[in-house]
Design a protein around this ligand. Structure first.
Ligand code: NAD
Ligand code: 6OD
Length: 488
């Protein structure tokens, strides 16, 4: 892949879009153009779907399962071998610090292939013996078959991690995929095409179509009648549109959507751990993590200390060039997103917030001052009905409010249409179990955050999504089960 040219990857080959249209890939760090992205037309999407269908009945569909799973281990090994290419591509697209991408994004990109190859190998299907009077009985067993051609629609915040989180299990289950990366982050999906070819994954198994969403590549893909299932990560309104598209033909869908995630910090918490964990959950990836904390409820006796310590830690974050080893805070993804986040920073002030720290744009050296930077920001004093406290901002900011009782904290945390993730900080084990069970979320971390075991169910409750992926739950989504009932 040339660094400045992000082509489609269809049927095993990188190629431009059929009408030659491209658009610019902009660096979040300084606003410069880092490349041209080739845009897929309806005809290109049709080609990709045809290639994916052909691969299902061709060498991929007929390959022995163990050979297929072994091949996915080789994909992981090749990502590891080209670690620095993936790292450079991800950092250039997103502006995230190398210190983060080298520990989270790229290793998970490889792990998503290995772990799901092993899940498919090791998870048994169902079996029921059955009494049938007057006979020797019957046996029932479940056969898992690939669902077919899967459309994988991805966001920009963790491009390789979130794409392979779906492509890994989809391929392990024997499907073929067409990936539509975010228009902001085309690079690692494009690069993965090279890996597939190096390893010998048959043409048509992994395809990439670049472009925008509504009325463009994304919609061409999700409305394509020969796509058998759609897995989507992104914003709620986009998810609703894609769900409408999936209704045509009654195609299966998995939705991983937004959140407005709470953290609850009890007075008995380990303060050092709670501050360290909340620093990550509020500010990692410049706050652009769907699981991130934007509402913090702190038990009143430790409220002032918690706010003061979080402020000191936020002010100690090293904002700067992603390539500097000591940088731990990068820019937002785009100018549009920066304007949205700064709009919330203004709204917080209008709504009467006390700005504990941040609230603006940091002073940076001239060569990077043109990027999409904002300050890590902490507020107190807002009412719970302020849109700053109710709406997903997806930026490096949080509101902190005191509480007096466990019941009050649970009620505040649950008072949202979202239900993605929560973090609870306490050293009281009974309380940890009690609160973990009472929170209406798909994921509840206690004394931790974003600690991932890929065998566990992952997804959102309420408006934060439909379905679970991870471990056996991914197998449920990426396969069709046939029950074979055999009279003995
Ligand atoms: P987005 O919804 O704007 O875009 C996601 C993808 O959908 C992009 O590839 C886009 O081109 C495509 N798209 C947009 N409209 C489309 C349409 N009509 N048809 C088909 N495709 C379409 O989301 P984003 O801004 O890229 O990502 C940020 C959002 O993602 C946040 O809300 C965040 O919470 C959410 N997110 C959720 C999870 C999770 O696991 N629950 C993980 C990461 C991000
Ligand atoms: O860790 C994962 O598998 C996952 N899907 C993380 C999502 C992060 C959201 O930004």
């Amino acid at each position: 892949m040339s660094e400045t040219d992000f082509k489609l990857f269809i049927n095993g080959a990188h190629r431009p879009g059929s009408d030659g249209a491209t658009f610019a890939n902009i660096s979040p760090v300084d606003g410069s153009v880092i490349g041209q992205i080739h845009q897929a037309t309806q005809a290109d999407v049709d080609d990709a779907v045809r290639a994916a269908q052909a691969a299902l009945t061709g060498p991929w569909g007929t390959m022995a399962r163990n050979d297929r799973l072994e091949m996915l281990h080789e994909v992981a090994a090749e990502i590891d071998r080209r670690f620095h290419d993936f790292l450079a591509a991800e950092v250039a697209d997103t502006g995230k610090p190398v210190s983060l991408a080298s520990h989270v994004d790229i290793p998970r990109g490889a792990a998503n292939f290995k772990i799901f190859a092993d899940v498919v190998k090791n998870v048994p299907s169902e079996f029921f013996g059955m009494d049938v009077p007057g006979t020797d009985g019957a046996i029932n067993y479940g056969l898992r078959k690939p669902k077919g051609v899967i459309a994988v629609i991805c966001p920009w915040n963790l491009p390789l991690l979130l794409m392979t989180w779906k492509v890994g299990p989809a391929l392990a289950c024997g499907n073929t995929v067409i990936v539509k990366p975010s228009e902001e982050t085309p690079a690692t999906a494009t690069l993965l095409g090279e890996v597939m070819n190096t390893v010998g994954v048959p043409a048509g198994v992994y395809n990439v179509v670049h472009g925008f969403g509504p009325g463009a590549t994304g919609e061409f893909l999700t409305t394509h009648p020969d796509v058998d299932a759609i897995t989507f990560t992104g914003e709620n309104l986009t998810g609703e549109k894609i769900m409408q598209a999936s209704a045509v033909g009654a195609r299966d869908i998995s939705l991983e959507l937004g959140g407005k995630n709470p953290a609850i910090v009890f007075a008995d918490a380990d303060m050092v751990a709670a501050i360290e964990g909340t620093m990550r959950s509020a500010f990692a990836n410049c706050g652009q993590v769907c699981l991130g904390t934007e509402r913090i409820y702190v038990e009143r006796p430790i409220f002032d200390e918690f706010v003061a310590r979080l402020k000191d830690s936020a002010e100690a974050l090293k904002v700067g060039r992603p390539s500097d080893d000591d940088t731990d805070f990068g820019p937002l993804i785009s100018e549009e997103h920066r304007d949205k986040v700064l709009g919330f920073y203004e709204k917080a002030v209008t709504d009467g917030a006390k700005v504990v720290t941040g609230g603006g744009v940091p002073q940076l050296e001239d060569d990077i001052a043109g990027g999409w930077w904002v300050e890590p920001t902490i507020w107190t004093g807002l009412e719970e009905d302020s849109t700053v406290v109710t709406d997903e901002i997806f930026g490096p900011c949080c509101h902190i409010r005191p509480f007096d009782t466990e019941e009050e904290a649970i009620e505040l945390a649950n008072d949202t249409p979202f239900g993605l993730a929560a973090a609870v900080w306490t050293t009281n084990a009974s309380r940890a179990h009690r609160v973990g069970a009472a929170l209406d979320v798909g994921l509840c971390w206690v004394n931790s955050w974003f600690l991932r075991d890929l065998r566990t169910p992952f997804g959102g409750s309420k408006a934060s999504g439909i379905g679970r992926e991870g471990g056996v739950h991914s197998l449920e989504f990426y396969t069709e089960t046939t029950n074979v009932c055999l009279q003995l």
